[in-house]
Write a protein that binds this ligand. Structure first.
Ligand SMILES: *[C@@H]1O[C@H](CO)[C@@H](O)[C@H](O)[C@H]1NC(C)=O
Ligand SMILES: *[C@@H]1O[C@H](CO)[C@@H](O)[C@H](O)[C@H]1NC(C)=O
Ligand SMILES: *[C@@H]1O[C@H](CO)[C@@H](O)[C@H](O)[C@H]1NC(C)=O
Ligand SMILES: *[C@@H]1O[C@H](CO)[C@@H](O)[C@H](O)[C@H]1NC(C)=O
Length: 136
């Protein structure tokens, strides 16, 4: 093959590659349904989406999760047990009235937790949060 033809082929391949790679505005494939995600920060935004529980298809590597303005009512023991890399969690404006004592167990790296604007008993909250989250 002469070198000029070779260069043309390489150029064509790179053009095709760029064309099929143009997914910059798309969500990462691992993003849960009805959520938006940032594939670099590994953050997940599932706000205002009628969730009644943690998204079942949430990947365990996420670092930040916003579930504000949904319809969660209860956080059960060990809900986040696999999410060891979560540093930031927002549950603002749900309808959470019960957080079980071991609800946040396993969140060893959690640094920020927002639970405001829920019908919560402060004592229940204190027990679950300060018992289980070492870095908060
Ligand atoms: C682009 O998005 C489509 C559909 O979401 C997916 O099938 C494809 O693998 C993506 N391509 C790249 C290069 O990420
Ligand atoms: C948490 O992050 C570390 C370092 O980036 C990584 O090795 C590990 O697999 C992650 N854990 C999960 C559950 O994804
Ligand atoms: C909030 O939760 C309670 C049960 O704890 C339920 O009776 C009520 O209907 C819920 N409110 C909304 C707006 O879903
Ligand atoms: C949740 O965990 C606490 C502490 O281990 C335990 O006392 C409680 O019975 C558990 N609740 C349920 C519903 O399993």
């Amino acid at each position: 093959m002469d070198s000029r033809r070779c260069i043309v082929i390489v150029w064509l391949l790179s053009v095709l590659r760029i064309g099929s790679n143009d997914n910059s505005s798309k969500q990462p494939a691992w993003c849960p349904r009805n959520c938006k995600c940032n594939g670099i920060k590994l953050s997940v935004f599932c706000e205002d989406s009628h969730f009644t529980q943690i998204p079942p298809d949430l990947p365990t590597f996420v670092r930040s999760l916003r579930l504000s303005k949904n319809n969660l009512q209860k956080i059960s023991n060990n809900t986040f047990i696999e999410f060891q890399n979560l540093t930031s969690l927002s549950l603002i404006k749900n309808n959470i009235s019960l957080i079980e004592k071991d609800a946040f167990k396993g969140l060893n790296n959690l640094q920020r937790l927002w639970v405001g604007e829920n019908p919560l008993n402060i004592k229940v909250l204190e027990e679950s949060v300060f018992g289980a989250v070492p870095r908060l």
